[in-house]
Design a protein around this ligand. Structure first.
Ligand code: SF4
Ligand code: SF4
Length: 210
């Protein structure tokens, strides 16, 4: 069981910019509506080099990997990115999901061993260190067909017809846990991607089993 403090997402109309900033300074995430169709995701500035930062993953979940860090202006000290219009519904859903929670963050228990949702219908891209780990672990076949396939210049793990990862056991444990790829090691529990996977796979809203 992992206990995680996760940010709560709140929606703010442009005229409530001070409230928006205060919310994020206390650790929440904000969807700041500059107009009815133009939104900005505002997050505490991610710690440099922290690949598990939940703010950074809330950006990745919108299909982006960069954000702006504000040194002046109303969001000074915070980070933000313009939400792609195609993602407006995604950020609206985040705010609706979290509207029942009063504060800017919330402590939730996650049990990956009873979940496995992020090991389904996913795309695990293999990195050079993954191939090296497979070799050293005596399992070089993990990086080759049929267990992996080329996708352009990249190699990804293949999925079963059910869309489950081939290495996910019936007990929801990873069959190659000690050799699992970097992408699996780095995937942060309580990230927006985790919450989405759990909602999609288990119907669990908010990430809480209890
Ligand atoms: S979706 Fe989240 S809780 Fe479920 S196994 Fe993945 S990281 Fe763990
Ligand atoms: S390799 Fe293991 S941890 Fe990674 S997606 Fe497959 S089952 Fe999940």
């Amino acid at each position: 069981m992992t206990r995680v403090v996760r940010p709560i997402v709140r929606s703010f109309h442009a005229r409530f910019d001070k409230e928006c900033v205060a919310w994020v300074r206390k650790g929440g995430h904000a969807v700041y509506w500059e107009s009815s169709t133009r939104a900005r995701l505002v997050i505490p500035t991610p710690a440099k080099g922290d690949i598990g930062d939940l703010g950074y993953w809330s950006v990745l979940d919108l299909g982006k990997n960069t954000y702006e860090t504000h040194v002046t202006g109303r969001f000074r000290g915070l980070s933000s990115l313009r939400v792609p219009r195609s993602c407006n519904d995604i950020v609206r859903r985040r705010a609706t999901r979290d509207s029942v929670h009063p504060g800017p963050h919330r402590t939730v228990n996650f049990d990956c061993l009873e979940c496995g949702s992020c090991c389904k219908d996913n795309e695990v891209i293999l990195e050079p260190t993954d191939f090296a780990r497979f070799e050293e672990g005596g399992r070089p076949e993990l990086g080759k067909a049929p267990l992996a396939r080329k996708r352009g210049t990249q190699t990804v793990l293949t999925l079963l017809r059910s869309k489950d990862c081939r290495h996910l056991g019936h007990d929801l444990k990873c069959g190659i846990y000690t050799l699992r790829p970097n992408a699996c090691r780095e995937f942060p529990v309580a990230s927006e991607c985790c919450l989405f996977a759990r909602q999609d796979g288990l119907g669990v809203v908010d990430g809480a089993l209890d």
